[in-house]
Design a binder for this molecule. Structure first.
Ligand SMILES: CCCCCCCCCC/C=C\CCCCC/C=C/C(=O)SCCNC(=O)CCNC(=O)[C@H](O)C(C)(C)COP(=O)(O)OP(=O)(O)OC[C@H]1O[C@@H](n2cnc3c(N)ncnc32)[C@H](O)[C@@H]1OP(=O)(O)O
Ligand SMILES: Cc1cc2nc3c(=O)[nH]c(=O)nc-3n(C[C@H](O)[C@H](O)[C@H](O)COP(=O)(O)OP(=O)(O)OC[C@H]3O[C@@H](n4cnc5c(N)ncnc54)[C@H](O)[C@@H]3O)c2cc1C
Length: 674
């Protein structure tokens, strides 16, 4: 058991599940924390952040008005930020510890059922200062931002444009007379829209605007802009700012709008690491790659893979624990109603969620390490690996957010009616994660970025030129025969690669055909985009499967035999699941036969039964404290029905025996007096 409480009464079904788990849960926790030392450190941090009870609300957040919810979120953000500066900072010592560290995320999530109004400050404002400022600018802004003397956000998206950054309309025109930039919003569609914390919380923001100097436009560049008085918080003259209104989720994030009326900022407030405007207005390009100003977005895409893996782990913990205590139906009349976890269809819904949380977490660590390597190379002036990394981070961001949102919704389905309750915790998880599919680059748009890279790589392979590591499998795309099917894990990964190569080849062939028929290159590309998205998705699935498998083999090399077995079962389940989801593609691009697929389905079903006894152990190994789950259905003790009733009784609707609506409306209507 990874979470103990001596006085806790645990639901007997959950206790039974824990007793029959045949592997060492703590050993698996250590694997995913990156070692025992990290687990101990994380627990220490969680104890400091959560044991005081500061994360709790007197009244459930869901019963508050929007204004109360926001104020409560600010209150807790301030408590949390102060804790981060003091107690938590002192406890840090792990190499990866930082504002975006998964450890911080774990504790922060206990404070916020939705999100903190400081999310963009820590998630994008601070990283932009770190990534886009010159050393002098950094030494001025960073200490103030880290100390929370100023609070900022990242205002890039406008009413009219989000995806197409080059289409942004806000202008920053340099005036050499005063050595200032004049920020202006020329149209309604140029108003900044969406930035988190902008509505009411922040006093500064990064504004992305079209830079004009000496009458010439140099494209979009980032600026640091003060929008509210540092003392009174009143918006400064020339600034029009407000909150954008209720959303599906993120309702404590005060996403905002922002317009400028010829608003002046000092020249030094342009972030000048990658490009500069000199005092006389001369534009100087510093960076060797034109897209380095997009760096914060790339950073957040990397962070998001971890973010959604964590939220999927929460949803699967809730749904698996609930499925262990929930009994329903009577397939065998002489026996008691089974736990719903015993239904194979339920296992099919849930075990892939556990495996995906593992796969994405390991991919996120691997992606983070690749990112660090790319950054190190860029420090030395080498940007050669950036295109491959952009392609990789784009597709991993797209697929991880989309798969996680889908599987969190599947976890809700697995909890039946109770999963629909806000108190189950799942709706908030879904609302949060479904937004990640859109923000920081829409799903389709990012997969098309990966597809651009794949097509270029395919053409290189065709010309027998060397390929970068993540697409090296394309070299085998020209053998002329279909890939040989083999149901071993490595064989299935090779088939996924064959599928990605085959789909890319189809796209290239179709585009060439269309161009021969007279279409322009742009139109031929456009007509092929459905298939290009599918090719990029297939590529990404091959990358995830390969990384997951390799990392598990590496990380369990010294594990105990039962841990090795259960981790191997889960990776195999992941491979079988996706092979069975893509049978049509496998029939097109590999030698797989109908019999092979029937056999694979049976092997998959048998695997579900093997994993079943360890299901609760597997989610316990995520080691998510109850404070993080915010769930009546998923708490460690499994007291589901008691918690559901306790929460229902907290509803303000139950405060009065008879609602005012009775005397106002119901009674007059029923007595015919309305
Ligand atoms: C107390 C509280 C505690 C709280 C805890 C806090 C903890 C924090 C942890 C959480 C962390 C983060 C949470 C953050 C929440 C974020 C909320 C949301 C924010 C946002 O959404 S910000 C806005 C994001 N916007 C986007 O992503 C826009 C998407 N669009 C694009 O990226 C691009 O425009 C594009 C990719 C669609 C195309 O760009 P464009 O300029 O038009 O280029 P093209 O001409 O198409 O391409 C030219 C070539 O350039 C290549 N390219 C494009 N982008 C890149 C890149 N980034 N890097 C490298 N190369 C790039 C492109 O591929 C082309 O190449 P080619 O010509 O094919 O060779
Ligand atoms: C909760 C939330 C928080 C956000 N926070 C911030 C923030 O803090 N700061 C900030 O600057 N922004 C923020 N955003 C904005 C976000 O980054 C954008 O909404 C996102 O990048 C998508 O852009 P869009 O809204 O312009 O969608 P659109 O591009 O208009 O997408 C609409 C549809 O058009 C399709 N489409 C668009 N272009 C193409 C194309 N070239 N090819 C094929 N299909 C295409 C898309 O696939 C999609 O189906 C936030 C958004 C949300 C939802």
């Amino acid at each position: 058991m990874t979470q103990t409480n001596n006085n806790m009464t645990v639901n007997p079904d959950l206790a039974m599940e824990r007793a029959k788990c045949n592997f060492n849960v703590l050993e698996v926790t250590h694997i995913f924390d990156g070692g025992e030392r990290n687990t101990l450190q994380r627990k220490k941090i969680e104890d400091v952040a959560l044991n005081s009870g500061a994360s709790k609300d007197a009244l459930g957040e869901e019963h508050m008005s929007p204004k109360e919810k926001y104020e409560n979120a600010v209150r807790k953000s301030c408590i949390y930020a102060t804790m981060m500066k003091n107690e938590l900072a002192e406890l840090s010592g792990l190499e990866s510890f930082g504002v975006s560290s998964p450890v911080i995320r774990r504790t922060a999530d206990a404070f916020f059922k939705e999100v903190s109004p400081f999310l963009l400050h820590l998630g994008m404002f601070v990283p932009t200062i770190m990534g886009q400022c010159t050393p002098e600018q950094q030494s001025y802004w960073l200490p103030r931002a880290l100390d929370m003397q100023i609070i900022g956000t990242y205002a890039q998206t406008e009413l009219g444009h989000g995806t197409f950054i080059r289409g942004l309309e806000t202008t920053a025109t340099y005036d050499p007379e005063t050595e200032e930039f004049v920020l202006h919003s020329p149209t309604l569609s140029s108003y900044k829209w969406w930035a988190g914390g902008l509505g009411k919380t922040v006093n500064y923001c990064i504004v992305v605007a079209q830079l004009y100097t000496k009458g010439e436009c140099h494209g979009t560049h980032p600026f640091i802009v003060q929008i509210r008085d540092e003392d009174t918080h009143v918006p400064l003259p020339g600034i029009k700012v407000g909150e954008i209104g209720p959303k599906m989720g993120f309702n404590t994030a005060d996403n905002g709008f922002l317009g400028f009326d010829h608003y002046r900022i000092p020249r030094e407030h342009m972030l000048m690491k990658n490009a500069q405007v000199l005092k006389d207005g001369t534009y100087v390009k510093v960076a060797r790659h034109g897209k380095l100003t997009y760096g914060t977005m790339v950073f957040v895409r990397v962070v998001l893979v971890n973010e959604v893996a964590f939220n999927l782990a929460k949803a699967s913990t809730i749904a698996v624990r609930y499925s262990a205590i929930r009994r329903q139906s009577k397939p065998k009349p002489d026996e008691v109603e089974p736990q719903i976890l015993d239904y194979v269809t339920q296992q099919h819904k849930l075990f892939i969620a556990i495996a995906t949380a593992h796969a994405l977490q390991l991919c996120s660590t691997w992606l983070w390490e690749s990112f660090s390597a790319v950054l190190a190379q860029m420090k030395g002036g080498n940007t050669d690996t950036l295109p491959e990394f952009h392609a990789l981070s784009s597709c991993l961001k797209a697929i991880s957010t989309s798969d996680s949102a889908h599987l969190i919704e599947q976890c809700r389905h697995a909890c039946g009616g109770h999963g629909y309750m806000i108190s189950s915790g799942i709706p908030n998880l879904y609302n949060f994660v479904s937004a990640t599919r859109t923000y920081e680059g829409d799903y389709t748009v990012l997969l098309l970025q990966t597809a651009r890279f794949l097509v270029k790589a395919y053409e290189q392979a065709e010309a027998k030129k060397p390929l970068t590591p993540t697409v090296s499998y394309l070299a085998h795309a020209f053998s002329g025969s279909r890939a040989t099917w083999d149901n071993s894990p490595d064989g299935i990964i090779r088939s996924f690669q064959a599928l990605a190569a085959g789909k890319t080849a189809v796209c290239v062939t179709n585009m060439r055909k269309r161009m021969r028929a007279g279409l322009s290159q742009v139109d031929a590309w456009e007509m092929s985009t459905i298939q290009l998205v599918a090719a990029a998705e297939a590529h990404c699935r091959a990358v995830i499967a390969d990384t997951y498998r390799k990392e598990i083999v590496r990380l369990t090399a010294n594990s105990s035999p039962n841990v090795k077995v259960v981790m191997d079962q889960l990776t195999t389940l992941y491979l079988y699941y996706w092979a069975l989801e893509r049978t049509g593609d496998l029939l097109m691009f590999t030698s797989v036969s109908q019999k092979d697929l029937v056999d694979l389905q049976i092997a998959y079903e048998e695997l579900l039964l093997k994993i079943r006894p360890n299901a609760v152990g597997l989610v316990d190994a995520f080691d998510l404290r109850d404070e993080l789950l915010h769930s009546t259905l998923g708490s460690y003790d499994g007291r589901v029905y008691e918690r559901l009733m306790e929460e229902a009784l907290k509803s303000p609707m139950n405060k009065e025996p008879v609602s005012d609506a009775y005397s106002k409306y119901l009674r007059p209507m029923m007595k015919g007096k309305l």
